[in-house]
Write a protein that binds this ligand. Structure first.
Ligand code: F6P
Length: 327
């Protein structure tokens, strides 16, 4: 690898996701393995703009692999969306001698990095880290597996009390505009219905499903709803069902940010380790303006242009499985 890159800046941006620390560790250690200096930029683009940069060594990323959150902290920066903000950030990077960047984050993170590449030709590679799994160009994003397992654990617990009291629960999970967490946790948790934005299910369809002949004797049920649902969130749907019938004893649980925390699963740790290493090796081999992805268990690189603002399509087979098994 005869790259001229000497100083790599690593940062996390957007919503934190379990496994981000494992990706930081991998990028830092891979950089040091290839005899580069590695710097952590604190709080994403905010830290780039304020010049909050720390030198990292192989030992300074010890004991973080198994921890949720991000030791580099994260933020969503409004200032970086302006040309002035980006110029400030670039000037700070140059002051530190940082000549390449690795970002761990979601779609918003890539957009920022793509701009930095276009405006200043700063070599950069992104690692997809978000619980939402809403990024095109990769089968999995870091954090999705952990968040989905957290949701499944919660659904199992809710099922215990739902069955005991014969109650109908509406459980809302995260995912922004994507139904990945809902669909996968709903199938794994045996939900009676799953509502995701990618599906065309109407409120009437849902009501019919909950009150179908097979079920009408069954008062206890679980409906898993993606927060991006187009027919309303858990509270709206619970209210609408209650307005139509007093048959059900209805409760709502919104899982919220607990899905963002916790120790990453083995899957997310391994994925993050592969992707962090690949980001460094990609940069040193001349890959720029790109995102690392995993396809059929193989690491790939996608040009930002080909993945930014594109949906990560839901597998229609998964929707079919969910429908058949929830009768
Ligand atoms: O993108 C991750 C995510 O947790 C989404 O699932 C959710 O819509 C959003 O972030 C919540 O953002 P915040 O933490 O800023 O409230």
């Amino acid at each position: 690898m005869s790259s001229t890159i000497q100083r790599i800046g690593v940062f996390t941006s957007g919503g934190d996701a379990p496994g981000m620390n494992a990706a930081i560790r991998a990028a830092v250690r891979a950089g040091i393995y290839y005899k580069k200096d590695v710097f952590g930029i604190m709080q994403g683009y905010e830290g780039m703009i304020s010049g909050d940069v720390v030198k990292l060594g192989a030992r300074s990323v010890g004991n973080i692999l198994q921890r949720g959150g991000t030791v580099l902290k994260t933020a969503r920066s409004e200032e970086f969306k302006t040309p002035e903000g980006r110029k400030k950030a670039y000037d700070n990077l140059r002051k530190e001698g940082i000549d390449a960047l690795i970002a761990i984050g979601g779609d918003g993170t890539f957009t920022g990095l793509h701009k930095l590449y276009q405006e200043f030709k700063m070599p950069c590679v992104c690692v997809p880290g978000t619980i939402d799994n809403d990024i095109a160009g990769t089968d999995y994003t870091i954090g999705f597996d952990t968040a989905t397992n957290t949701a499944v654990e919660a659904i199992d617990k809710i099922r215990d009390t739902a069955m005991s009291h014969n109650r109908l629960f509406f459980i809302e999970v995260m995912g922004r505009n994507s139904g990945y967490i809902a669909l996968n946790s709903g199938i794994a948790g045996g939900a009676g219905a799953i509502i995701i934005p990618e599906d065309g299910m109407s409120f009437d369809d849902l009501y019919a499903q909950l009150t179908s002949d097979e079920r009408i004797t069954k008062k206890s049920n679980l409906v898993v709803i993606a927060e991006g649902s187009k027919i309303g969130g858990a509270n709206d749907l619970a209210r609408k069902v209650a307005e139509r019938s007093s048959y059900f004893d209805i409760k709502v649980t919104i899982l919220g940010h607990l899905q963002r925390g916790g120790a990453p699963t083995y899957f997310d740790r391994v994925l993050a380790s592969k992707m962090g290493l690949a980001a460094v090796e990609g940069l040193l081999n001349g890959v720029v303006d790109s995102m690392v992805g995993i396809r059929h268990n193989k690491i790939i690189f996608n040009q930002f242009d080909s993945v930014m603002n594109r949906p990560h399509e839901i597998d229609s087979e998964m929707m079919r499985i969910a429908k058949i098994l929830s009768i």
